[in-house]
Design a protein around this ligand. Structure first.
Ligand code: AMP
Length: 380
């Protein structure tokens, strides 16, 4: 990377999307001396609070997207459900990293699975479903239970339904409104895991090892870093993540969500072409967080060391915690090794990600106990 190609501090970085991922990116970018502009269809947003300028407009208003992109040196995104045309319009005015093609593939389950299959990456058996007949045929082939997932715009278990018996096919098909879908064999996994992979503009690579993830109601609840896996599984996952970001030619951050099967095998669940909820743990754990790596990667700076300084565990704080009134923040902050992160969202709705807690400790089990203790103390 020649100095000419590096985007230096003082420049303005653009983020499409305005949630907590953009907020934490903006915090790191500003610490490093960059300015940040954000564009989304909302106002008064978690990213907007930290940005120099918050643009509010439709993702379909391509002229507005172009004028946003003209005001920045590089555009990145913090959620993948930005229409391809939006990324293409931005790319007319500034480099988009990762590129629009990465977004196009990873925002659509079928395209993503087809890509992974074509490159020989391991994934659960699946079938394309565009009619009830195809769903019934798919169930006959894959067996029950199986999971029907909408092909586009899904995350955190939204747009998906588990089918436990063939006679549930019609109801499942109707519940997705007849949109194109993917039927996936149900994986009797041992644990869920993720690798947050980072690739620099010069092809350099780093990741944070293999996180162990616990979900509740399809939403990430707890991340342990390091995950409690054998060295062989960790190395296999890291190699897989590296091959995936290289095959996609990612410049930036991409998370590979994985199922670890009972025999120690790995299956790719899905890809997220941006920092990931599981990677929040890196903010308090690692020499360089996933958000700083995103800044470095898109600006052409050398990637930082991802080395963990200590074991750490992250627990999510959902809006549900507010149902009995304001949580007791002082009680969580009193637990040793606990750090509070809140995203500045004004309205606490059930299931909404409002913030997270990280606990660091000498070992990951102690960190997990502290993080859970701190979260419990919020509402006790
Ligand atoms: P997704 O939105 O596809 O990441 O799914 C959300 C969560 O649903 C995953 O993290 C798993 O806990 C669960 N899940 C999704 N697909 C499957 C599957 N094929 N087999 C078992 N569990 C699944």
């Amino acid at each position: 990377m020649s100095a000419r190609d590096i985007i230096y501090p003082g420049a303005t970085l653009g983020v499409l999307g305005s949630g907590q991922l953009g907020r934490m990116f903006a915090l790191e970018a500003r610490r490093m001396g960059y300015r940040v502009h954000t564009y989304s269809d909302a106002a008064d947003t978690p990213t907007g609070h930290i940005s120099d300028k918050e643009y509010t407009g439709s993702y379909d208003d391509l002229d507005a997207v172009r004028s946003f992109a003209r005001g920045v040196e590089v555009v990145t995104f913090e959620f993948e459900n930005v229409p391809s045309a939006t990324a293409a319009a931005a790319a007319e005015c500034a480099p988009v990293r990762p590129g629009g093609e990465v977004l196009h593939i990873t925002q659509h389950r079928l395209r993503e699975k087809t890509f992974l299959q074509k490159h020989g990456f391991p994934l659960p058996p699946f079938r394309l479903v565009t009619s009830l007949d195809l769903l019934e045929a798919g169930l006959a082939e894959l067996g029950c239970p199986a999971v029907l997932k909408s092909a586009g715009w899904g995350y955190d278990g939204k747009g998906q339904v588990k089918i436990t018996a063939p006679d549930q096919a019609a109801a499942a098909w109707e519940s997705l409104g007849g949109q194109d879908a993917v039927l996936e064999a149900f994986v009797d996994f041992e644990r869920e895991a993720s690798v947050v992979a980072v690739r620099g503009a010069d092809g350099s690579y780093t990741d944070f090892g293999l996180f162990e993830n616990e979900h509740v109601n399809h939403i990430l609840d707890v991340t342990l870093s390091p995950g409690r896996f054998s060295v062989a599984v960790v190395e296999q996952a890291q190699a897989l993540a590296r091959e995936i970001v290289e095959a996609l030619n990612v410049v930036g951050v991409l998370c590979v969500e994985l199922f670890v099967t009972r025999d120690g095998g790995l299956l790719v669940n899905e890809l997220a072409p941006r920092p990931h909820n599981s990677g929040h743990v890196t903010l308090d754990q690692c020499e360089t967080s996933q958000f700083e790596q995103q800044v470095r990667a898109i600006c052409g700076l050398p990637l930082g060391s991802s080395r963990p300084l200590c074991p750490a565990v992250m627990v999510n704080l959902l809006g549900d915690l507010w149902s009995g009134g304001e949580p007791h923040w002082e009680r969580a902050c009193a637990v040793p090794g606990v750090k509070l992160h809140l995203y500045g969202k004004r309205e606490a709705r059930l299931g909404r990600k409002m913030g997270h807690l990280t606990a660091v400790a000498r070992d990951v089990d102690t960190a997990r106990a502290r993080a859970l203790e701190a979260r419990k103390a919020l509402t006790d």
